[in-house]
Design a protein around this ligand. Structure first.
Ligand SMILES: [Zn+2]
Length: 332
């Protein structure tokens, strides 16, 4: 568990949160939004500990008092976590929370409620929670967390102080990888570049995963380059199971195309992300001209926006692979 000041990135958010604690001007409801894996949950927990701490230092938890120790052990009686049961946060869970809240806090201080993935509140649950947010009992603080804030009721949004957690920089992700894993510098930089601003995703890419994903990227590109139309459609069917995963594959393919483009233009190894695969890059770069690479990257970008706009995954991928194939034929 981290103190607020030890959290990687998000300096402005952290500063505002610490100031609220140190000046004793804590709001009733906070909403942390931003992509997955950038530190929303870590920050929420660190903020909760600062809110419950007996003796906060400059608005940050002391990590020493009884309260801090209870939070660290996961058994602070006034820290409550609401997470989806199954696919949603249901009305009973909000009723339970409301029942809880009307008892005084166990230890006389604040009560903190972390509501994770709050975008999956059912409509009844959201409306019920709204009543509590409108008239919050004096000592309760709500921290709502979501990576899909556009799915929240506007009435809930307007009750909360909103904090946006932006994607992390490559440098911040490298820092995180060094803190939480034992990858060396070169690998950390490569993974950070592939992680799309998410430390969570970067950590998932450490270990063997990354070798396999890159192998798979090359398999997909090989099919686009020399496979049959049936191969391509089968590939698209295979990736169409899961929207987030499909977007991740597109990101990974795009990074490879980007490396090809940079390698073709500069031949400079230090500018390449997949530095350990230079020989492979060289082989592939002969296959494409610059124009074709740029076109394919644009196709990837278009497909990604369509997926993010909830377009039919299978159709988007079919169109993507077939149009990449056409770009190659046009170029060749
Ligand atoms: Zn403390």
């Amino acid at each position: 568990m981290y103190k607020l000041r030890d959290i990687i990135g998000h300096k402005q958010n952290i500063h505002i949160l610490m100031k609220a604690v140190s000046e004793n001007k804590v709001g009733h409801a906070y909403l942390f939004t931003g992509p997955d894996g950038v530190g929303k949950n870590t920050t929420a927990l660190a903020f909760a500990r600062a809110l419950l701490c007996e003796d906060p230092i400059n608005g940050d938890s002391c990590n020493n008092c009884r309260h801090c120790r209870q939070v660290n052990k996961g058994n602070h009686p006034d820290l409550h976590e609401v997470i989806p049961t199954g696919a949603a946060i249901k009305l009973e869970q909000i009723h339970q929370l409301q029942k809880n809240i009307h008892y005084r806090s166990y230890q006389g201080g604040r009560q903190v409620y972390l509501i994770k993935k709050c975008d999956v509140l059912t409509a009844e649950a959201a409306n019920s929670l709204l009543k509590t947010l409108e008239e919050p009992p004096g000592n309760a603080v709500f921290i709502l967390i979501s990576s899909r804030p556009y799915s929240l009721l506007p009435t809930i949004l307007s009750r909360c102080q909103q904090f946006w957690f932006k994607p992390m920089s490559i440098q911040q992700i490298v820092q995180g990888l060094k803190r939480y894993s034992d990858v060396d510098d070169e690998k950390a930089e490569m993974i950070a570049a592939m992680a799309g601003g998410s430390l969570g995703r970067a950590l998932a890419l450490t270990g063997e995963d990354i070798k396999n994903s890159r192998k798979k990227v090359l398999e997909i590109l090989e099919k686009i380059y020399s496979g049959s139309i049936i191969d391509l459609l089968q590939q698209s069917a295979e990736l169409a199971d899961n929207r987030e995963m499909a977007v991740e594959w597109i990101d990974l393919i795009q990074l490879w195309l980007r490396d090809l483009l940079v390698w073709k233009q500069t031949g400079d190894r230090s500018l390449i992300i997949n530095r350990d695969l230079v020989e492979e890059l060289e082989k592939w770069s002969i296959r494409y001209n610059l124009h074709c690479l740029v076109d394919m990257m644009e196709e990837m970008e278009r497909a990604r926006s369509r997926l993010e706009a909830r377009g039919n995954i299978r159709l988007v991928l079919d169109a993507l692979f077939l149009s990449c194939r056409r770009r190659e034929l046009d170029a060749g």
